[in-house]
Design a protein around this ligand. Structure first.
Ligand code: PLP
Ligand code: COI
Length: 354
């Protein structure tokens, strides 16, 4: 399929790297294509970033049939544009699509479209360590229809955003609220898909956590409310004695690409890494026994985010001394060194696109 390009008539400039937050600076262009039963994915185009015209009856607004991805393009010190495990994101998008009865996308085609868009928007890729171009591919259901069924028409789009750190405090340890009452997802539901509904389901508890001074929610499993699952926008790792533990994928956790990368590096470094069920009780017991030395989250937006405090009901524990832990930093440095082309890409995770 050919991609039609319409250029924006603008000379906007990127804010200074130091002024970048997360997700509020959008570039000049976007990639869009549409789907219909008769034509499949069609009308692929790169066009000026602008409002869409979608009817108020579009099914996405009523029944939430929406999926998305989050990945990044990085600028290396020698000015190359790199992607990190990008294909994995589009493969995950196809798994999310299957789960929500959305038609599959051609991974190679959307990868090419995304690369074309990124190259066109090169000036929007910031260059300092910790900054990047965040890429948000999304699919929404567009049928104008009020009955409940899977839509017959869809819109796929990719928008780009020049970003700094996900958390305003950068690498400073975050405070996490273990949610006792609300659940994000259950096995057999949609937790393993990157769908808008999972984030909608997380808002009430996240707002409560914020009111209480916490940055993110740590979700427990939806059935026994006993085992830890993941944080709002990250998977979670705990260092207990010499064991690095992360909750095993059980259908209700998002299979994070950064999670897989941390597991691979840990194996390569000969660490004692386990993917297993871990109860919140075990976490507090390990702390009591002096064995819980680090907790950190992993995700595209945040990379590695050390956790300095967790609260579960009345119980509050501090982890570490208020600075990022040694293991968290080791993973942060290893991942960012690969992403920014500062270390050899021994795992073959990086793709230079320009
Ligand atoms: N879990 C949730 C709920 C997320 O939103 C994210 C972010 O994408 C992650 C985990 C981490 O996934 P990844 O490493 O692929 O970014
Ligand atoms: C990411 O890490 O890419 C995310 O999608 C997290 C959040 C911004 C939803």
């Amino acid at each position: 399929m050919e991609i039609k390009v319409t250029l924006a008539q603008t000379n906007r400039t990127r804010p200074q790297d130091s002024a970048l937050g997360f997700g509020n600076v959008f570039t000049d262009h976007m990639f869009v294509m549409d789907y219909s039963k008769d034509n499949g994915w069609h009308d692929a185009r790169i066009e000026p970033y602008a409002d869409f015209s979608v009817p108020p009856s579009a099914m996405v607004f009523h029944y939430g049939q929406a999926i998305f991805e989050g990945l990044k393009a990085y600028k290396t010190p020698d000015k190359k544009i790199c992607l990190f495990r990008a294909k994995d994101n589009f493969e995950r998008m196809n798994r999310s699509a299957k789960g929500l009865c959305i038609p599959q996308i051609d991974v190679d085609f959307v990868m090419d479209a995304m690369k074309k868009l990124i190259k066109l928007e090169e000036k929007w890729i910031p260059e300092t360590l910790g900054t990047s171009l965040y890429i948000r591919p999304t699919i929404i259901a567009t049928d104008p229809f009020l009955g409940v069924r899977a839509s017959y028409t869809y819109k796929f789009f990719i928008i780009l955003s020049s970003v700094g750190a996900y958390y305003a405090d950068g690498l400073n340890p975050v405070k996490i609220w273990v949610e006792k009452e609300h659940v994000r997802a259950i096995r057999g539901g949609m937790g393993e898909f990157k769908t808008a509904a999972n984030y909608a389901a997380s808002l009430f508890a996240s707002e409560e956590a914020k009111k209480n001074g916490y940055d993110q929610v740590l979700w427990l499993d939806g059935i026994e409310r006993k085992y830890i699952e993941e944080v709002g926008a990250m998977n979670i790792f705990l260092l207990i004695g010499d064991e690095l533990v992360t909750p095993i994928l059980n259908g209700s956790i998002l299979p994070g690409i950064t999670r897989y990368s941390v597991i691979s590096l840990a194996k390569k470094w000969g660490m004692n890494i386990s993917e297993r069920k871990i109860s919140v009780e075990e976490v507090f017991k390990a702390h009591e026994d002096g064995k819980l030395t680090e907790i950190f989250g992993s995700g595209t937006a945040a990379v590695i985010s050390p956790v300095g405090e967790i609260r579960y009901g009345d119980k509050v524990i501090s982890i570490g001394d208020g600075t990022p832990g040694e293991t968290a930093m080791k993973f942060y440095n290893a991942l960012t060194d690969i992403q920014y082309g500062k270390a050899e890409d021994t795992e073959n995770w990086l793709e230079v696109i320009g």
